[in-house]
Each structure stands twice: as structure tokens, then as C-alpha cells.
Ligand binder design. Structure first.
Ligand code: SF4
Ligand code: SF4
Ligand code: SF4
Length: 289
């Protein structure tokens, strides 16, 4: 008989990872834990249906009981669809989605990323204007979908997400996503981890903000970015922003342009963005010969 943690992993691997809660547990993993200790029967997962039930029974070397249809009926995958004309941008659906399949910002229209939606329908009931409906997905829920959904669900439940700020000891065990091409350019490594004599367990250098946000959102690492650069993702609830150290870390930005040359539009846009979002802002012009 395998030991309990190993058994939980093996049971969890067989569950569909839609995180729909129909089994009566808050997610697939707690249900796996309940099965492992004999606190729940193996017939409570409608998304898994007869196939998952049979596989669980085989793995646990027992006869499969009848599927508990009181918890829902198995059926083809359906995904959520938002009527964008009716959406008021309240963000309640984002908070309800266990796998971060909804994008949007406060007071803006929201949308479901159909390839990520697990069909759990947990976003339908909280919508105050009933503008979310479940529609046929036209595809099957695959093991790759299950794996991605588990990672996205785990990212929402990341232990650091519950903290108010993080320090060197919190960050060192993580896979850090840094916006730089070399370790010596990273202010986090130089100013936070090195003084504490800590090195991160794993580092990836990714000089693309959107990619870092998506990787963090998928639960593959912890992105280190200025708060203003991820403002939309933070406002939408897609990621959680934490200060580095109790007092936070501030950076001093300086934009220098050539007075003899017209600034390209991307440069003026960038300077405007900094002035708008980075704070406190001190602006001024100093010309040199
Ligand atoms: S897919 Fe839904 S019903 Fe099945 S184990 Fe996961 S949370 Fe429970
Ligand atoms: S979008 Fe809705 S139905 Fe799809 S996974 Fe999120 S909460 Fe579930
Ligand atoms: S809960 Fe409904 S109204 Fe609110 S953001 Fe989501 S889809 Fe729009």
C-alpha cells in the first residue's frame, strides 16, 4: 500500500481538474485527499464520469460503485460565454473562476478564454446581470487541459498570495521570473537576496512583461515587475501584487532624449506612461550641451 501523500497524488492525477466542486469538495485535490483516507467514495465526480470512476476503482483495486448522479450528470464539455453588451464589468466572475479563464478589468467588458475554461460553471451564478451562459465547447477536455487547469488553480492558491509583502526568505525557494538578461542587472538579486546570502531556487530571464504575467498567472513562477507595469492584470484579479520587503522597493526612472532629434512616438508614449502611473512623479527638463 503506497503511503498517503503518494496515494493522494496518484488519485489527484486521475481527476479531471475542472475544480468544479460538484464532488462536494472545494477542488479536485481535497477530494483526492478525502478518497485517500476513506472519507469519500470514488463516485462523486460528474466531469470524470464513468471513465474516471472505472480508473479510480482499478487503481484502488475495488469494484466501482454506481456514479452518484445527485452531484450532476456527465456530459460533453461546455464553456462559459459572456454577453459583452450586457456585462457591467463588476469582476465577480473573475473572482469565482477557479482556473483564471476570464479576462477583464473593473468597469470593462469581460471575456472568457475558451481554451482555458474548464466548464465548471462557477462564474454563472455570481453574475448580477445574468450575462454568462454555458455553451457547447465543441471539443473534449484532455489530459493537457487538466494539467493546465491544475497549474492555474494552484497559482490562485499560491501561499505567497495571502501575504502582505515578501522578503528574501519568501522569494528564494521560488522560480523567479526576472525582467533582465543577466543576473548582475537584477536589483532583486543584488539588493534583496544577496544581502541575505540567499540564491533563488530557479531563475528565468524574460524581457517581455505580458509573458511574465501569463507565466505567473499559469503558476509557473513569481514575476518581479514594477507594480505599474502589471496594473491591468492586477486590477482584473488575474495576478496578485505584493510589495518586496515591508516598506516596498522604489526605483528612480530617468528618461533622456536627444534635444536635436525628434522623439519617436514609442518614446513619448513611454514617458507619458511613466508620468501617469509611476508615483510620486517629479518631472522636469534639464538640457545639456
Ligand atoms: S472535477 Fe469537479 S467533481 Fe471532479 S474531483 Fe474535481 S472538483 Fe470534484
Ligand atoms: S470561465 Fe466560468 S465556467 Fe469557465 S472555468 Fe471559469 S468559472 Fe468555470
Ligand atoms: S460577473 Fe457578469 S457583469 Fe460582472 S464582469 Fe462578469 S460577466 Fe460582467
Amino acid at each position: 500500500m503506497p503511503d498517503a501523500p503518494d496515494l493522494v497524488d496518484r488519485i489527484d492525477d486521475l481527476l479531471p481538474q475542472t475544480q468544479c466542486t460538484r464532488c462536494g469538495y472545494p477542488a479536485c485535490r481535497p477530494y483526492a485527499e478525502a478518497i485517500a483516507i476513506g472519507a469519500a467514495d470514488i463516485n462523486r465526480c460528474p466531469p470524470g464520469g464513468e471513465a474516471t470512476l472505472a480508473t479510480l476503482a482499478r487503481m484502488l483495486d475495488r469494484d466501482p460503485p454506481a456514479l452518484d448522479t445527485a452531484r450532476g450528470l456527465p456530459g460533453p464539455l461546455r464553456v462559459a460565454h459572456i454577453d459583452e453588451r450586457a456585462c457591467i464589468g463588476c469582476t465577480l466572475c473573475i473572482s469565482a473562476c477557479p482556473v483564471d479563464a476570464i479576462i477583464g478589468a473593473p468597469k470593462r467588458m469581460h471575456d472568457v478564454l475558451g481554451t482555458l475554461c474548464s466548464g465548471c460553471d462557477l462564474c454563472v451564478e455570481p453574475c448580477p446581470v445574468d450575462c454568462i451562459v454555458m455553451v457547447p465547447a465543441g471539443r473534449e477536455w484532455t489530459p493537457a487541459d487538466a494539467s493546465a487547469a491544475r497549474a492555474r488553480h494552484a497559482a490562485r492558491d499560491h501561499p505567497l498570495a495571502k501575504k502582505r509583502w515578501v522578503g528574501a526568505a519568501d522569494l528564494a525557494p521560488e522560480h523567479l521570473l526576472l525582467y533582465t538578461s543577466r543576473p548582475e542587472e537584477s536589483f532583486l538579486l543584488r539588493r534583496v537576496l544577496a544581502p541575505a546570502s540567499l540564491v533563488p531556487a530557479r531563475v528565468s530571464f524574460i524581457m517581455l512583461t505580458e509573458a511574465m504575467i501569463e507565466l505567473a498567472r499559469a503558476g509557473t513562477g513569481v514575476g518581479v515587475l514594477p507594480r505599474w507595469s502589471a496594473q491591468r492584470a492586477i486590477a482584473s484579479g488575474a495576478v496578485v501584487a505584493l510589495s518586496i520587503t515591508r516598506r516596498g522597493m522604489r526605483r528612480h526612472w530617468v528618461a533622456a532624449t536627444l534635444s536635436a532629434q525628434e522623439d519617436p512616438p514609442f518614446m513619448t508614449d513611454f514617458i507619458d506612461l511613466l508620468a501617469e502611473r509611476a508615483s510620486p512623479v517629479r518631472s522636469g527638463v534639464r538640457e545639456s550641451a
